[in-house]
Design a protein around this ligand. Structure first.
Ligand code: SF4
Length: 134
């Protein structure tokens, strides 16, 4: 059961959860989340400019917010994503399959996301990855 705090975090990070409650992270959602947060920050800054015309004297605050709101969360999620991909490659059958696409954690044959608790083909369509596939 997700708490209200987890729901707020998921919304802010543009993160979905699987039915089992595990967060689904893809390269696309990381980029999309960063773009959305940048947009929110930009709109917030423009709104503040209406109230405080001399806001540009505090440009470092905007840059700090850019780091804290956009860059750092995206970096953290990218690290989480990379660790998860490595974990999937080591632990799951899909990691050694030619149809596994790492950046999307996707089975390209069935066009479904692979998770630690879900192998879309249940192993029936596995084909070994060759050195030419990489
Ligand atoms: S074909 Fe099967 S084993 Fe290969 S990536 Fe897709 S789900 Fe995984």
């Amino acid at each position: 059961m997700e708490t209200l705090w987890q729901k707020a975090q998921d919304a802010w990070l543009f993160r979905r959860r699987s039915e089992s409650g595990e967060p689904e992270i893809t390269a696309g959602t990381i980029v999309y989340g960063a773009v959305l947060r940048t947009l929110v920050l930009l709109l917030g800054t423009l709104a503040l400019l209406g109230v405080m015309p001399d806001l540009w004297r505090y440009a470092w605050l905007v840059l700090l917010a850019l780091w804290g709101v956009v860059v750092y969360p995206a970096y953290q999620r990218w690290r989480e994503f990379s660790e998860r991909v490595e974990q999937l490659k080591e632990e799951l059958l899909c990691g050694s399959c030619r149809y596994f696409e790492e950046t999307g954690q996707l089975c390209t044959l069935l066009d479904e996301h692979v998770r630690s608790d879900y192998i879309p083909c249940e192993g029936l369509s596995w084909e070994p990855r060759t050195e030419w596939d990489e």
